[in-house]
Ligand binder design. Structure first.
Ligand code: 4NP
Length: 164
């Protein structure tokens, strides 16, 4: 069974699709595409069905040479059961996810994305939606750092047994 990661932001058009596609890029480079699967979702439903925001797409292409694929969907309760680890971009996303699980059954699956940063010290991935190009650049840089740390974490903590 592959290990399943879900990236969650508010609209699922800026931060979480960027995280999903950056992570897939790193997973592919590490030859782990069969072992680790990624998806993304938004806590809000404003942009359901839309592709990633063009500003994020252009920035990811310019900075990393990757294409952002996907269609926005809304986070749903069954995601808590179906994914192994759920990465919230900011504290509001984190709280909105936990609010769907009042019993706390899945709380240990939900983490802040920035917990996995290797070199940045920010605690949240800032929402770039109302920002300018520098905000989108910053998101990509931060997500690349967090995705590198996350990949190390998944390999070290969760996949070791399956590789042995
Ligand atoms: P995201 O960015 O949560 O990173 O996808 C946003 C996208 C849309 C909105 C806010 C943030 N919005 O208010 O429509």
């Amino acid at each position: 069974m592959p290990y399943k990661l879900l990236f969650v932001c508010l609209g699922n058009i800026c931060r979480s699709p960027a995280a999903e596609n950056i992570m897939n890029h790193l997973i592919f480079q590490s030859n782990l595409s069969e072992q680790i699967l990624c998806d993304s979702a938004g806590t809000a439903g404003y942009h359901i069905g839309r592709p990633p925001d063009q500003r994020m797409t252009i920035t990811a292409a310019e900075q990393l040479g990757i294409k952002l694929c996907g269609q926005a969907r809304q986070f749903k309760h069954s995601d808590l059961k179906n994914f192994d680890l759920i990465l919230a971009m900011d504290r509001a996303n984190y709280q909105d996810i936990l609010d769907l699980d009042p019993s706390g059954q899945y709380w240990n699956k939900v983490r802040l994305m920035c917990d996995f940063c290797l070199s940045h010290s920010l605690k949240e991935v800032p929402d770039p939606y109302y920002g300018g190009p520098e905000n989108f650049n910053h998101v990509i840089e931060l997500l690349l750092d967090a995705c590198n740390g996350l990949l190390q974490y998944v390999i070290n903590q969760k996949l070791v047994a399956r590789f042995e």
